[in-house]
Design a protein around this ligand. Structure first.
Ligand code: KG4
Ligand code: ZN
Length: 338
């Protein structure tokens, strides 16, 4: 008999719902992106995000159920992201999930957003099973996670300051590309020379798998200011390519080294930055060289979506996780916390 999960995600600026069966089969994956609303402010405005979630969430859930062609009788549990994320945004999803679980008498399962990003890899890779190393790089998080089992995680490395996606967004803003910066830098970098400007790569001596991107961000800003003061015209494509290569080098080096040190034969990539073409190519090459199998989700499963929450929710369901109606949004929820 199959197990079907209705999943809800509203931790940042995507209102999303999905129906996932047996932890791998996505029957529907509806995403209402608020990006256009936040663009003019250069980043996500929390209050606007919460209000838009309230407006859209019922429609999005209804669409997910209809597109999957299922009824409530076919749904075994309701899974929802309860952290980390913006508190007001999370609260919308959590409140709706609690109301539905109560009204339809279904178990409620709170899911960790990052565990969801990691689980996105299971959707298209039947052969991927723990243990493996996972590099999670998104707008809010940069973590290197050792996935011991479907619901057992060890954080091996983390960012000391900015997340990788945040660095992409800030540099994009500085060169006038707008929000969200990642995809725009990715595109522009293809026209630039990645060796044109030497930007710093930060490696931590005391914590060999940690990251730091704020020094790199400052180096790019200093370079732009320097050009401005000297009246030199900036080649934006070269800046994009050189900056991107610095991020890619650090993410690649740390994750492949961690995979080797932990004896992993598999490395997966997750989070919004996982759709970066240069990062995928670099990691693929490095993994091939090291004899490691490399996995990454399609772009639609890299950025925030509810299908990934349905997959992670399925594994929580199978191991007996059940939350009560006192489930609350936890903006700084730690990985592995229940
Ligand atoms: O996972 P996500 O949708 O949201 C968070 O949980 O934070 O990630 C969004 C981040 C943004 O910072 C965006 O600029 C970045 O992912 N991103 C990219 C690319 N596509 C999205 N960064 C680099 N290259 C891309 N192609
Ligand atoms: Zn995310």
């Amino acid at each position: 008999m199959s197990t079907r999960i209705l999943a809800i995600e509203s931790s940042c600026d995507e209102t999303a719902a999905a129906i996932v069966t047996d932890g791998r089969k996505v029957q529907s994956n509806i995403i209402y992106s608020q990006i256009d609303l936040h663009k003019e402010f250069g980043g996500v405005v929390p209050e606007i995000a919460s209000r838009k979630h309230v407006e859209k969430i019922n429609q999005v859930i209804q669409a997910a159920i209809e597109e999957a062609g299922v009824s409530w009788d076919d749904i075994d549990a309701v899974a929802v992201t309860y952290g980390p994320g913006l508190v007001g945004a999370l609260l919308v999803g959590v409140s709706v999930a609690k109301a539905l679980a109560y009204a339809k008498k279904k178990p409620l399962i709170g899911v960790h957003h990052i565990e969801g990003h990691i689980a996105a890899n299971y959707i298209e890779h039947e052969d991927l099973k723990p243990p493996f190393m996972c590099m999670v790089a998104s707008g809010g998080h940069s973590h290197l996670v050792y996935v011991k089992d479907y619901n057992q995680f060890e954080i091996v490395g983390r960012t000391r300051d900015d997340a990788a996606g945040e660095a992409f967004d800030k540099v994009a803003r500085a060169i006038g590309l707008g929000y969200p910066g990642g995809p725009k830098i990715d595109k522009l970098a293809k026209e630039g020379n990645k060796e044109a400007i030497v930007f710093p790569r930060a490696f931590m001596e005391d914590a060999p798998y940690d990251f730091s991107f704020s020094g790199l961000k400052s180096a790019v800003l200093n370079y732009l200011n320097g050009c401005d003061m000297k009246g030199i015209e900036v080649n934006k494509a070269d800046v994009a390519a050189s900056f991107q290569q610095a991020v890619v080098d650090v993410l690649t080096d740390n994750s492949v080294r961690a995979a080797k040190d932990y004896g992993c034969t598999k490395l997966a990539l997750a989070g919004g930055v996982a759709s970066n073409t240069s990062l995928r190519e670099n990691l693929k090459q490095a993994c091939d060289k090291a004899g490691i199998d490399f996995y990454f989700p399609s772009p639609i499963y890299c950025t925030d979506n509810a299908a990934m929450i349905g997959v992670a929710g399925y594994h929580e369901y199978m191991c007996g996780t059940r939350h009560g109606l006192d489930l609350n949004a936890v903006p700084n929820l730690k990985i592995g916390e229940r």
